[in-house]
Design a protein around this ligand. Sequence first.
Ligand SMILES: [Zn+2]
Length: 135
Amino acid sequence: MLKILRRQKSGYVLSLVLCSIGLTSLFVAVWKTWPEVSSADNPLSTFWTLLWREQLSLVPNVEFKLSYLIILGTAMFASGIIVLALSRQWFHLPTGEIVLYQCPFCRKQWRGHRDHKLANCPHCRKQTYPAMVEK
Ligand SMILES: [Zn+2]
């Protein structure tokens, strides 16, 4: 069996975009809270409180909490990873023995898998039971 890794370029691009949006959102959330969190006695609980208290206004008149940014960022990042995983697929190809065949009609030879009993001659396009010339 031959293993082939197929990568989908569009999947990679999409996952890259999702991951960077996710990481940027997380980074912005941490960066916004960092001045208070770094000077707090209990950074984790301070961070948690800030997430629900701090409002972000990225678009005028539309405010949303920092916690939404964290949820959005995590979701984006997770989907990016999932897309990345889905765009990588392993294929198993049966690798039979390659043998040399000869067409009984046009006498031309070609190489093919041993398991092909009935084959189309690649030269004259006739369907035939080619003779095995050599292994
Ligand atoms: Zn032929």
